[in-house]
Design a protein around this ligand. Structure first.
Ligand code: HEM
Length: 481
């Protein structure tokens, strides 16, 4: 009786499974909207789930005092979809317990801040500035998601895996794309080998490529994070082949949300003429003309992308609003022992606590009456900006010790890609007008929802810029001044 109330119990144990299958990412938020509860229980076969919606309860769960009661556990998720064998799983559980894994530790060490974050960002930006002019051709027609996805995949993986990046091979990139839709099957299907056959074949192709990459020393030329986590996994007893599989976890963290975020950000910018104009104006105000050289007749314009966060408030505000408005993040923690939350709710040992980000991001008490609409001005106001630093209000990257350590790397690279596109191209909808795709089929496990269909666009190089040669770089902070 003291447990949070149980909702939807027409068919015991199966209501929730059916609800998730039918409504996917919207299921938990629909329940909150229907019943208006702060916390409730869902019963799944062999598992109790508590879904927490109220900011004050979330604060209790996240408090330092409760850090050992509510423990995140991403290791199981990583091991499940990377296909590690039982011995390797045992090794990693023994080595790390619930304290992350070699991958999460290395990302925290290398990408969270400092010179290594700068080096990784710079490597990704260099790749983008070389590839955008080749792939974004005048008059090209393609899906917007597909355009940004390919650019980001090659830039992010290139920066991390170095010159021998397995994803440079289109076959391997296609293998990854085949694999991603299978993740939901690995999580929920009793027979993934039957229901996700194509996805598992794609995974094998990617893993084989990584085996070869490590065997031939490709990792020795990579960002130091890669050899470090490989060696760490081997030192805990994984064979080389099994350690290579853990790159599925790195790839998923790196690739699952960035392209979708860029798609929605681009969509909102392009479909709002005022926003687009303001963003172009802000970017143009920080461009420098390079001194003319005898070698070329083109004018060279240089943009230090490192200054965007300081000098382009509208672009940054739209990025934050894209994350707030669209995020489908669900934080998952495991209850370590029977406990009473906020002196009221009994939570049982081994149950899973789920915190849907949308309950917070669309909460009118926090964000005002317009919480459920996209507002490109929202984060220009001081009041809303204050909320950015509170994970009880803004949590697209999670919260606490497991808060996404790749958040700065990904925002740096996404903002850079968007700046390169809007400065050089007019991007028009093939359909004649911008129509936002629905997100009904988005995956429950992804922090950002993929659109149900891609939006066909038509690229036109901006006329004035035909005579211009662009130089995009990620400079030192001092260069901003
Ligand atoms: C827009 C892009 C991204 C979004 C929205 C995003 C979101 C998230 C979220 C919601 C979590 C779970 C946090 C929690 O449980 O509290 C997470 C964890 C993580 N992310 Fe990201 N992420 C992005 C990009 C990246 C990139 C590019 C990398 C790495 C290169 C990365 C690496 C990680 C890692 C290692 C974790 C696990 C942290 C831990 O357990 O300690 N992410 N991310």
């Amino acid at each position: 009786k003291r447990e949070p109330c149980l909702l939807e119990t027409k068919v015991p144990f199966l209501d929730s499974a059916i609800g998730i299958l039918r409504h996917r990412v919207n299921y938990l938020v629909n329940l909150r909207n229907t019943y208006g509860v702060s916390i409730h229980t869902l019963r799944m076969p062999f598992q109790r789930l508590y879904v927490v919606h109220a900011p004050e309860l979330i604060q209790f769960i996240q408090s330092k005092a409760n850090a050992t009661t509510f423990v995140p556990n991403l290791l199981d998720f990583g091991m499940l979809f990377s296909g590690l064998n039982v011995d390797s799983q045992r090794c990693l559980r023994r080595a790390f317990g619930l304290q992350g894994n070699a991958f999460t530790m290395s990302v925290h060490k290398y990408l969270l801040s400092g010179p290594s974050l700068k080096a990784a960002t710079r490597a990704a930006v260099d790749r983008l500035s070389a590839s955008v002019p080749n792939n974004f051709q005048h008059n090209r027609q393609e899906g917007l998601l597909e355009l940004v996805r390919r650019e980001l995949t090659l830039a992010l993986t290139g920066a991390v895996y170095g010159p021998e990046n397995p994803y440079d091979d289109p076959e391997i990139e296609a293998g990854w794309r085949d694999f991603v839709p299978g993740i939901s099957h690995l999580l929920y299907s009793p027979f993934p080998s039957l229901t996700a056959h194509k996805a598992l074949r794609g995974r094998s192709r990617v893993i084989d490529a990584f085996r070869k990459y490590f065997e031939t020393g490709g990792h020795l030329q990579a960002f130091p994070m890669v050899p470090e986590m490989y060696e760490m996994n081997k030192s805990h007893g994984l064979t080389s082949d099994e350690a290579a599989k853990m790159e599925m976890a790195t790839s998923l963290a790196m690739l699952s949300s960035g392209a979708v975020t860029s798609f929605w950000l681009m969509f909102h910018i392009l479909s709002d003429a005022t926003a687009l104009q303001n963003i172009r104006k802000e970017l143009l105000s920080i461009i420098k003309d390079e001194p003319e050289s005898a070698e070329t007749t083109l004018r060279t314009k240089m943009l230090n992308l490192n200054s965007i966060k300081e000098r382009c408030p509208t672009l940054v505000a739209m990025m934050n609003e894209t994350l707030r408005y669209h995020s489908t993040v669900i934080n998952i923690k495991q209850v370590q022992h029977d406990t009473t939350l906020a002196d009221e709710y009994l939570l049982k040992k081994n149950a899973i606590v789920m915190i849907p980000g949308q309950s917070i991001h669309h909460n009118t008490d926090i964000w005002g009456p317009g919480a459920k609409t996209f507002d490109h001005h929202r984060f220009l106001s001081t009041e809303s900006k204050k909320n950015l630093s509170s994970t009880s209000a803004f949590r697209p990257f999670g919260a606490g010790v497991t808060m996404c350590p790749g958040r700065h790397f990904s925002t740096n690279v996404i903002l850079s890609l968007v700046a390169m596109i809007v400065l050089q191209y007019d991007v028009m909808p093939q359909a004649g007008e911008w129509v936002a795709p629905t997100k009904r089929n988005a995956d429950l496990w992804n922090a950002m929802p993929k659109p149900d269909w891609d939006v066909g666009v038509w690229l036109a190089k901006i006329n004035e810029e035909k005579e211009v040669q662009w130089k995009f770089l990620w400079g030192d902070d001092a260069a901003i001044m």
